[in-house]
Design a protein around this ligand. Structure first.
Ligand SMILES: Nc1ncnc2c1ncn2[C@@H]1O[C@H](COP(=O)(O)OP(=O)(O)OP(=O)(O)O)[C@@H](O)[C@H]1O
Length: 734
């Protein structure tokens, strides 16, 4: 696989990515977090804290898939032919002994020559090559946006090469024609190329099997195909997948086929950076699209195939969404609340800034897309689509199109809730319930072979039903024990574990467990456990509560790069229990103690934490639903604005001083109060008439909601989380 260790991509990573990463790391090693944040916000990437750009395009295919041949069902043609031979010799055995001997001799030599025949092996190779002609292996693995668009919309080669392809196909058999081209692309399973088992013809009556493949033996009479759902009529333009594909399952095959309803033709086009032009994307004929693009779902493991709804990707553009509010300021762009104009479904649009043309699409965004497409879990935010601006050629010459990741919308983030003390209260069972969901999502991420590397309260989303979703996988990466060094400049400082602070580059899932442990304490105290200003300060704070790092119980400590230069003012004893026993239930403190173990080798895993008595003994039926503010979405950005305006009021300065930064943009004042709760519930609400056309700049037109009384914040909280000090950026949508 292109991304597996030892492959060329991996080698490239090692040679270029790692060295670049290492150089940059040494250059910026001692930057303080405040510098990181400032730099982050200026440059659009949190390099200092998170090292997003430093890591090379690493393997994003989890090892559990690589090792177990995930989703790669293959048909053994050999098996078919050899069984035919057996059948034939069986029939001859019944005849005279002499004849049988001669016949079996002949059959043996025939079978030998069949295996040796260069023509046959050549043709089989050729057929493989031909089969992949419509989609070369690189094409198959091409999960780039353009690659995806190609797959989605068919062949976008130049007309010249199309003609060439046509000529070539003329000489080949009809079956070859049917096996090449965009409508017969081998199927992807989460970015993995799959050798698709040819579906029984009953699934796709018009599907022509390739003639160069020797006819398979007659299968044993299969039980009739079970129709689970009849194919629905084609959805209207832009209608999302909720209308769903029809699922056919075969009890004989190890795969299921999802026959997707024919999608209506669209007029999508894409911007080709090389030619600086907008290229229309031709679509394959409607009838072909349904028949020959089965999605294969393997029956094993946690993750199945790409979600069926990914088939609707790239069929919409920004015009399908109505922007409502800005809800977050991300590393590579703003996050907006929006609504799908057709379905009324609320979504979060994460804008991908393409500031530097040379750098192209940010690697963090590519990572987030690739990884999220492989993770399907109720506690991980769902990536639904990727859309681009729909702008004219003239506009494109002057500016650049924006990409938007379309996520399911989640009403609140945890930091927004924790900081809204007047609005939200949690009891210990509710905290336990939320934390259990966090552990479930995290255990899943680790089980699939990834590290999140940025677990913190603002990346944990909670909807009005009390469901928790882990978000922001821009820093996540595939992890393989002992495989290579990783940058230690990941995880926001306050949630960063001691091994990373001491320069460890061979870390593992334990880093996320530490961050989650910090969150557990924070959910009870409503303030960060360790809010250091720099790495050494952070270590000092950790040591005060968790005890000083000591090689006696952490032998690998002496091998860590920073250990020798790490001078502590004094030696601290561990006092987690003393500090938290009066705030948290005793069992929760015990779990906290295990999660905040200094030695990562001894730290509890997410999976084991789920078995901890505090989590395991939670009686879900006795947990009262959390009373979440239905009238107000609580996100970090909103919360910061509340604090800022409270401070302004307290100062009585009325907008002078640094606060003028926050309102410097003409739209900022209306925007700042406009974290409007437009639709009450989180999903599938039909948008109300007061939503405005997307051609109107959304931030300017929404009447601000009356903000709740600003919570009085202790001064210590002011620097707790990333304060988004930047003024709103004006955004104009077509
Ligand atoms: N699906 C979503 N639904 C609702 N709000 C969201 C969603 N995704 C993100 N947000 C909000 O936007 C904020 C920033 O999003 P996110 O963390 O994904 O962006 P980022 O670029 O990675 O930011 P950061 O640099 O802070 O990690 C989140 O803290 C959250 O408040």
């Amino acid at each position: 696989m292109e991304t597996s260790p030892g492959s060329s991509a991996h080698e490239r990573d090692r040679k270029s990515g790692y060295h670049r990463e290492h150089r940059e790391r040494t250059r910026s090693h001692s930057a303080s977090p405040s510098r990181f944040y400032a730099k982050d916000k200026r440059s659009g990437s949190r390099q200092g804290t998170r090292g997003r750009e430093r890591e090379s395009r690493d393997s994003l295919t989890p090892p559990y898939k690589q090792q177990r041949g995930w989703g790669s069902p293959t048909v053994s043609r050999k098996g078919g032919s050899s069984s035919r031979n057996h059948g034939r010799s069986d029939s001859h055995r019944k005849k005279s002994k002499e004849r049988k001997r001669r016949e079996s001799k002949r059959s043996r030599s025939r079978s030998r020559s069949r295996h040796r025949s260069p023509r046959r092996s050549g043709s089989s190779k050729k057929s493989k090559r031909r089969n992949s002609s419509g989609s070369s292996s690189s094409d198959l693995m091409d999960t780039s946006l353009i690659g995806e668009i190609k797959k989605k919309h068919g062949d976008i080669r130049s007309s010249k090469s199309r003609k060439r392809g046509k000529k070539r196909r003329k000489h080949s058999s009809t079956s070859e024609e049917s096996s090449s081209g965009p409508d017969t692309l081998p199927v992807h399973n989460n970015g993995m190329a799959l050798t698709a088992v040819p579906p029984p013809t009953s699934f796709f009556p018009h599907h022509t099997l390739p003639s160069q493949i020797p006819p398979p033996p007659m299968p044993p009479p299969a039980p009739p195909t079970q129709l689970i759902a009849p194919p629905p009529p084609p959805p209207p333009f832009g209608m999302p997948p909720s209308l769903g594909p029809s699922v056919y399952s075969s009890t004989t095959a190890s795969v299921s086929f999802i026959a997707l309803p024919p999608a209506p033709p669209t007029t999508t086009s894409y911007y080709d950076a090389a030619s600086s032009s907008r290229i229309p994307l031709p679509l394959p004929p409607e009838n072909k699209r349904m028949q020959s693009r089965p999605v294969i779902i393997t029956r094993r493991g946690i993750t199945s195939a790409r979600p069926a709804d990914s088939d609707s990707w790239y069929k919409t553009n920004l015009q399908h969404y109505e922007m409502l509010d800005q809800i977050g300021e991300g590393t590579y762009g703003q996050v907006y609340k929006a609504v799908n104009k057709v379905t009324g479904e609320q979504v979060a649009l994460k804008r991908v800034r393409l500031e530097n043309e040379k750098e192209g699409f940010p690697i963090t965004a590519i990572r987030e897309i690739k990884i999220l497409r492989q993770l399907h879990h109720k506690n991980i935010v769902r990536l639904m689509d990727i859309v681009i601006d729909d702008i004219s050629m003239d506009e494109l010459k002057k500016t650049r199109a924006n990409f938007y990741l379309v996520f399911e919308y989640v009403d609140h983030d945890l930091i927004g809730l924790l900081e809204s003390k007047e609005l939200v209260e949690f009891n210990k069972d509710q905290i336990c319930s939320l934390f259990k969901q966090l552990l479930e999502g995290l255990a899943y991420i680790h089980h699939t072979g990834f590290l999140h590397r940025d677990i913190k309260c603002s990346n944990i989303l909670v909807n009005n039903k009390g469901e928790l979703k882990i978000a922001d996988l821009g820093l996540a990466r595939l992890w393989q024990k002992e495989s290579r060094l990783y940058t230690n400049r990941v995880i926001t400082l306050w949630y960063r574990p001691p091994e990373l602070l001491l320069g460890d580059e061979r870390y593992g899932p334990a880093i996320d467990v530490w961050s989650a442990g910090c969150m557990l304490g924070e959910m009870f105290t409503r303030k960060p456990l360790f809010n250091g200003n720099n790495e050494m300060g952070q270590l000092e704070l950790i040591s005060k509560t968790c005890g000083s790092p000591n090689p006696d119980f952490w032998p690998e400590l002496t091998e860590l790069p920073v250990w020798n230069s790490f001078k502590q003012r004094r030696t601290y004893q561990r006092r987690i229990r003393e500090e938290y026993e009066h705030i948290m239930p005793r069992e929760a403190v015990d779990l906290l103690d295990k999660m905040l173990t200094l030695n990562p080798e001894r730290r509890i895993t997410a999976k084991d934490a789920l078995l901890h008595p505090w989590i395991r003994n939670l009686d879900a039926s006795s947990v009262q639903p959390i009373k979440l503010p239905q009238h107000q979405d609580c996100h970090e950005m909103w919360s910061k604005k509340q604090k800022r305006s409270a401070r302004l009021k307290a100062d009585g300065s009325g907008g002078s001083g640094h606060s003028s930064r926050a309102t410097s943009h003409p739209r900022a004042s209306s925007a700042s109060g406009s974290s409007s709760k437009t639709n009450g519930n989180s999903s599938n609400n039909h948008h109300h008439s007061h939503h405005h056309a997307s051609s109107v700049p959304p931030l300017a037109v929404h009447p601000p909601h009356p903000p709740p009384p600003p919570p009085p914040q202790p001064p210590a909280m002011e620097n707790n989380h990333h304060v988004q000090q930047q003024p709103y950026q004006p955004v104009f949508f077509k």
